[in-house]
Design a protein around this ligand. Structure first.
Ligand code: HEC
Ligand code: HEC
Ligand code: HEC
Length: 438
């Protein structure tokens, strides 16, 4: 471990020397281009309203509000593999918030990932996506935040392990993984498609989760949308290009819109972090924006057939051990699950998701499946579905072996064809659940 850190630092330093100058230079050019952006004439009230809407689209409040704290006053800890980063106070307080900031300072934070004093910001703030937010939208967001009640709440100090907490490390990280980039319109595509692409890549920051991450927390943009294991939470955000994962090329536009607006659709339901995205953000997107997003998502090429992240061997349900486990799982399913999900995994429309033919069950990366059954799950409460049913946790009811058996049963029944789940797989997540007090 120690040796690994030393190597990392060496690489960091070498890279800093080689690239810092280039990165600084690029920032300066971008700044000039940004300043010349045209602002269309809009009344102030319109601008603030649009800013409020964009804040929903960007889900700013969820990260910038601590539990039980004042909205947008920051202080929420975001756990990363390198330690905890705390969100900042975005209210217009003069000493602890953005009171002294102007629109240029704010643009620099979103587009370049730099604070007002020039400090490089941590990418736990998803500026790798927000960089594509237009100047006009950045100004609207700033106008909206400026109208919030000022809350005096000093920012908390990040608790990152050495060397990750240093500006040097950040500079090296940015040289590798971040380049301020304006949204590129694709002229061969419709205005609607481009609106969807902008929302998904920019303010909606879908790629912050749905992109493979490497060990340093950098997104692998060559595999944009190809699915990524979310560090710490250990949820897998499936590939938006693979039809076996979260790709929606074969879904109808209304089905995609329904999923993003309510967390449910005939083809699948959201869970875990995706339910939170629907709860705090996408349910508030306008019908036109959801439709544009669906139109864009449908065109993502289905080239990424091979799931990334930790994957298990190809399905082999015919194996003896698997059949035995599934055999033991069948009566457990009958007793604990069938009353909601149906005897043949058919579910109940708009209440309990079907497990038969549900790709969340057959994903090669089994993290989500195990977490849902251990910890329970929720569908977001939305305008379209104000009182959704919940999924009870089974951590205290079933042993690791029982859970492995019942999961193997649902992965190999009703034409579902996936590999078995072992007691060890379940145990790994139970340990985590206990440790983190979840
Ligand atoms: C996934 C969590 C997350 C989301 C979503 C998020 N932020 Fe942040 N933001 C952070 C964290 C963490 C920091 C602190 C980074 C640091 O100090 O290096 C931060 C810092 C900032 C800063 C710099 C403040 C300062 O004092 O330097 C600004 C400005 C900001 N965010 C604006 C926004 C806006 C606007 C949105 C929505 C469009 C947003 N953030 C959404 C996590 C988030
Ligand atoms: C905080 C991380 C995160 C963000 C941000 C995020 N997702 Fe997800 N998403 C997930 C996870 C985890 C899953 C797997 C769980 C599930 O199926 O709901 C998922 C699942 C999905 C699915 C598959 C649902 C199904 O039932 O097959 C779609 C489609 C999707 N996301 C689209 C989006 C879009 C569009 C955005 C941007 C507006 C987005 N996601 C933003 C984490 C995220
Ligand atoms: C009281 C009703 C109820 C019982 C009992 C129940 N579930 Fe669920 N289950 C739900 C609901 C509601 C959801 C949707 C919540 C979510 O996706 O987070 C769900 C979601 C799921 C999912 C995720 C499906 C998806 O599309 O993402 C799986 C897997 C699952 N249940 C398996 C099981 C298993 C295995 C059992 C028995 C050990 C079980 N459930 C028992 C109500 C129930």
């Amino acid at each position: 471990m120690k040796k690994f850190s030393l190597v990392l630092v060496a690489v960091f330093l070498a890279l800093m020397v080689a690239t810092a100058a280039i990165v600084w230079g690029m920032d300066a050019i971008d700044e000039r281009q940004a300043a010349s952006a045209q602002v269309p004439s809009e009344t102030e009230a319109n601008v603030i309203e649009r800013g409020a809407y964009l804040a929903r689209v960007g889900n700013c409040m969820a990260c910038h509000t601590s539990r039980g704290g004042s909205p947008y006053a920051g202080g929420r800890g975001i756990e990363t593999p390198f330690g905890t980063v705390f969100s900042s106070n975005l209210t217009p307080d003069n000493t602890t918030g953005l009171g002294q900031w102007n629109t240029n300072d704010f643009w620099r934070a979103l587009h370049h990932g730099r604070a007002r004093d020039g400090r490089l910001l941590y990418p736990a703030f998803p500026y790798t996506s927000y960089s594509q937010i237009t100047r006009v939208d950045s100004d609207a967001l700033f106008a909206f935040l400026g109208r919030l009640p000022a809350v005096e709440q000093p920012n908390k100090t990040h608790t990152l392990r050495w060397p990750y907490g240093t500006q040097t490390a950040l500079r090296a990280w940015r040289a590798l993984y971040f380049k301020p980039a304006a949204f590129q319109t694709e002229v061969s595509q419709s205005g609607q498609w481009n609106r969807g692409a902008y929302l998904v890549r920019g303010p909606g920051h879908c790629t912050a989760c749905h992109t493979a991450r490497n060990a340093w927390g950098g997104s692998d943009m060559a595999h944009e949308f190809s699915g990524g294991l979310m560090p710490v939470q250990d949820w897998y955000a499936p590939s938006l290009t693979s039809p076996q994962e979260a790709g929606v090329a074969t879904w109808s536009v209304p089905e995609i819109v329904q999923l993003l607006a309510t967390g449910q659709s005939a083809r699948g339901a959201t869970s875990g972090p995706m339910s939170e995205v629907v709860l705090h953000s996408t349910q508030y997107w306008s019908p036109q924006d959801l439709e544009a997003t669906a139109v864009f998502l449908k065109t993502l090429p289905g080239t990424d057939q091979q799931p990334r992240g930790k994957s298990t061997a190809p399905s082999s349900p015919a194996q003896g051990a698997s059949i035995e486990a599934a055999g033991k799982g069948a009566p457990l399913y009958e007793k604990h699950c069938a009353q909601c999900h149906g005897k043949s995994g058919e579910g109940v429309p708009n209440a309990y998701p079907a497990l038969a033919g549900n790709r969340a069950i057959t994903l090669p990366v089994t993290a989500n499946l195990i977490q849902i059954v251990l910890n329970g799950g929720f569908l977001p409460a939305t305008l379209g579905n104000p009182r959704p049913f919940g999924m009870p946790p089974f951590a205290l009811i079933l042993s690791d072996q029982d859970l492995a058996n019942v999961l193997t049963y649902i992965r190999t029944s009703w034409n579902n064809e996936a590999s078995p789940i072992s007691e060890l797989d379940v145990n790994r997540f139970r340990e985590k659940t206990v440790q983190s007090g979840r």
